[in-house]
Every structure is written in C-alpha cells, then in structure tokens.
Ligand binder design. Sequence first.
Ligand code: IMP
Length: 179
Amino acid sequence: METIKVKDKEFEISIDANTIDAAIQKMAVEINHDYEGKHPLFLAVLNGSFVFAADLIRKITIPCKISFVKLSSYSGTASTENVKELIGLSEDIRGRHVIIVEDIVDTGLTLDKFLQDLEKLLPASVKLACFTFKKEAFKKSFRIDYLGITIPNEFIVGYGLDYDGYGRNLPDIYKIVKS
Ligand code: IMP
C-alpha cells in the first residue's frame, strides 16, 4: 500500500474523505433531530477538532451557536497522564444545551476532566459529539452521544489530527505504519 511521510514517520490510508463525510452526515441528521427548538451551543475543542467542527456545523440546519475552547495534553504519539485545564471559554453556558465537539477520544482522560469542569458552570445539558473513538484505549466511562467512527488503538493523523503539529491538513485519515 502507498504510504506518506509525516515528519519522520510513515502512514497509510485508514479512512478516506468520502467515508468521513458520510459519517458526519449521519451525526448531523441525529443532532438536527434531537436539538430541534433547543438552540444548542457547540463547543469545539481545539486544536484538533477545527476541521471536523467546520464540516459538522455546515450540516446543522437548526439555529445554533459555536464557540471554541482549548485544552491539550498530548505530545508525540503517546497520551500523557498530565491533563491540562480548560482555557478560553468566553460564552456563558449556564442554562444552555451544550454539544462538545471533539476529533478523537483515546484514553478519555482529557474529556473526563473537561466534562467535570463544564458541569460546574451549570449548563442545561451536555452531550458529546466525537468523530473518532479508540474504544480499546478508553479508560473512563462517559458516554459519547454522537459518534462518527470507532477505530483500532493505532496512532492516526489527518483531518485535523496531528503528529507533532504536522498532518492536520490531510483530507483523509492515515494510520501509522508499524516498523
Ligand atoms: P485522551 O485524553 O487520551 O482521550 O487524548 C485526547 C487527545 O489526545 C486528543 O484530543 C488528541 O489531541 C490526542 N490524540 C489521541 N490519540 C491521537 C491520535 O491517534 N492522533 C493524534 N492525536 C491523538
């Protein structure tokens, strides 16, 4: 199979852009149905989710808002236990129906902490829309309400996801080639 190089590692195609688009369309149909009349606030978790958030929001047909927050806990290709704080939440989410938009859940440590921080701000409801999920790596118990694609426990890049900052621009998702 053809491989590409991102920084110093080889990757091969895992999920193509058409499959990504179809999965997001399904998620959007469900959200449009569930949030009719609720004026949800999408909270996209930067950096990785910017591509997914841009695609998802353009398939949302009900009135909604979107805002961006940042929390990062990752360097290289292994998730660290060092979970960082939520920064950059400028919206008042009290009484709002919040949908968190995330590109990937791996161990779940990052979002678990984020969900706890968010609950303290008294939103009316919080649901999670996540594009990819490494089920075998998941260590927590929170629910992913809208899920794109379950993936094996392999490092991936593309579609907003990076390897050391590189690869976010790739329209398809690639998995690492084990050497
Ligand atoms: P978690 O706390 O282990 O769920 O990791 C969450 C964060 O790790 C994600 O938001 C990503 O930034 C990053 N991450 C986890 N797996 C991958 C991967 O396969 N490729 C790129 N980034 C990843």
